[in-house]
Design a protein around this ligand. Structure first.
Ligand SMILES: [Zn+2]
Length: 322
């Protein structure tokens, strides 16, 4: 009760209102040592129970309209999922429906219908590779890779993923292909959403937004490549859903590191209504609609979760691109 009052003071209704946008990626069947930050379905259920109790969750488009009009309800929030994992349909949707919550799914369209994102290819290659595998890489700072115990696999991925993700698209995909070939595994084909599941999410009242095709670091793309990635992903979603798509989330989402003002201008030029970063913080009537902040709570205890959501109102967003 005390926490709910404190959240209401930090996030009142009307012109001084603040919009908290939560970001998730996967909702796992069970905890996964190689994905320690991702909630399993039981934990996600708990988080959503607290969110439903403490926040007024709006569909993102309505939340943005209310934010602009200075008409947010107290403790306003929206929920988002990035990348387009099938477990968003299998695990997240039933929980969201249980608590009457709406969410927006930002989808990297090249991986729909049987594809796999580059990071998941690496994760699965490392997960399933035999523990005696040794691989020469020419990645600066990584060098020779030895696949060892499960804990060593987790440490290796913690080093590999941030480095490989920042490389230009073709270099990134070449390195990933080398890992997959060396580990001699068959990649799973049901990790990402199918077109049918995407339509079913929309039919269940969820919103869909664009997130590029191949999930590149936009700063590592040429201007033409970046424009094509953004436009083609929207066109693909619009053809599946047969309706306009006007929300966008920058891949990785850190200003100056993953996108800059060129990409903000591009997203505006292409007619998107808003775009989301992964900068922490909440959003006010003065926030940049093309760099809305998002936040992931990761707590297992109710009071810690409440305090962290409260703390997010006082996180300043000095790092935005301008
Ligand atoms: Zn993403």
């Amino acid at each position: 009760m005390l926490l709910k009052s404190a959240l209401g003071l930090a996030s009142p209704e009307g012109r001084n209102g603040r919009l908290s946008i939560l970001i998730f990626h996967r909702v796992l069947t069970e905890p996964d040592l190689l994905l320690p930050e991702e909630p399993d379905v039981a934990r996600f259920d708990l988080l959503m129970r607290w969110v439903a109790e403490w926040f007024n969750v709006l569909p993102l488009n309505e939340a943005i309209a209310a934010l602009c009009a200075g008409a947010l309800p107290p403790r306003a929030a929206a929920i988002t999922f990035d990348d387009g994992y099938a477990n968003g349909y299998h695990h997240a949707l039933p929980v969201l429906q249980r608590y009457g919550l709406s969410a927006t799914f930002f989808v990297a369209t090249a991986f729909l219908d049987g594809g796999l994102m580059w990071n998941d290819m690496l994760i699965e290659a490392v997960r399933l590779a035999s523990t005696s595998l040794c691989l020469e890489t020419d990645i600066e700072g990584i060098g020779t890779v030895r696949i060892g115990s499960p804990d060593e696999k987790r440490c290796l991925l913690a080093r590999l993923l941030p480095t490989v993700g920042m490389l230009p698209l073709t270099v990134r995909d070449e390195i990933v292909a080398k890992f997959v070939a060396a580990s001699k595994i068959l990649l799973p084909q049901d990790v990402m959403l199918s077109s049918g599941q995407l339509r079913a999410l929309r039919a269940a009242g969820m919103l869909i937004g664009a997130h590029t095709m191949n999930h590149p670091c936009l700063l590592a793309c040429s201007n033409d490549e970046a424009e094509h990635e953004i436009m083609a992903s929207r066109a693909k979603l619009e053809s599946i859903l047969d309706e306009p798509v006007d929300l966008f989330a920058y891949p990785y989402g850190k200003p100056g590191k993953d996108y800059d003002t060129r990409h903000i201008d591009l997203v505006k030029k292409l007619g998107f209504k808003a775009a989301l970063s992964t900068c922490w913080g909440s959003n006010s009537v003065e926030s940049d609609l093309y760099q809305l902040s998002r936040f992931t709570p990761w707590d297992r205890k109710r009071w810690r979760f409440g305090l962290r959501m409260l703390g997010n109102f006082y996180h300043d967003s000095e790092e935005l691109a301008s």
